[in-house]
Design a binder for this molecule. Sequence first.
Ligand code: ATP
Ligand code: MG
Length: 336
Amino acid sequence: FQINMGQLQLDEELGKGNYGTVKKVLHRPTNVHMAMKEIQLELSPAKLDGIIMELDILHRAVSPEIVEFYGAFTIESCVYYCMEYMDAGSLDKVLGIKTTAQGGGWEGELGEGAPEDVLGRIAANMVRGLKFLKDNLQIMHRDVKPTNVLVNRKGQIKLCDFGVSGQLDNSIAKTNIGCQTYFAPERIQGTTTGTDVQEAFNTYTVSSDVWSLGLSIIEIAMGRYPYPPETYSNVFAQLQAIVHGEPPELPEVKGTTDADPLEVHFSEEARDWVRCCLIKDPTRRATYAELLQHPFLIADSQREVNMVAWVAGALGRRQLQAQIRAQLVANEPVSV
Ligand code: ATP
Ligand code: MG
């Protein structure tokens, strides 16, 4: 069936990205809650129709690790895109990580980081989702990062926002690039001397997604973007660190967190898995098959992980944080 705006009851805003707004909606004919993304584009009706046609292949992207696509339509110069509503939101929100796009990114605003068993489950789901896109749809994701990994209260982890439409990708102005980039070194070139960041982004292959995956896994483990905070507000410093610096690593000891006052360690298996993703030479980087066969993910497949409890716990801690913050802002004594 075809979805149109008339069938939708608009509910609350779920979030804002660099290119659009996502709202929760109710599809009245089926009584299904959906997430609707609005992307404003200055394009001719013919070009917009082309994008809607390209998005159609998303109907074939049916997999437990991929957010379901329900349909897309245009109104004037906007593309509306309806997908499965994930009731715990994106991983950055679940973990309490503030991204620069949300006005965060300052020091001190750290998220909580996932324990190793949860990390393994998230990594396994991400790899399976990426492998599915590559093997079944012959596409790469192009935008792997924690905000594009969605979670629900059933404990499911799914990918969204992959680059299915070349026309859509080309039409979106890549203006906000930089703040925290997940681009692999080979996607960045000549940026250290150039002044035009737009021009600096280059060709890349499937293995570029593997780099972004590794970087995302460190962020999910640590509750913060892996490159130093000094680079958040300096695009060139950050790109330089990615191209010329040593790749970030998953540390052996994470230290303590509010959620886990005991010292948290990461296993050598987990650390090696991340290392295999973050090899600077794209031809030597691990493939999805190798990542699935790695001891870190073999261990994941052999243990039970209570993702439902983890999601519920993390969301509870976020709610508590929000409550305390609201009381501080209102200048009331904090009581929880
Ligand atoms: P970018 O614009 O760089 O892709 P982003 O991924 O944060 O950044 P959006 O894709 O526009 O931006 O999403 C905005 C926010 O909306 C996300 O961070 C997420 O919290 C929320 N969101 C997106 N899709 C869904 C969904 N299907 N279900 C629930 N929440 C969602
Ligand atoms: Mg997104």
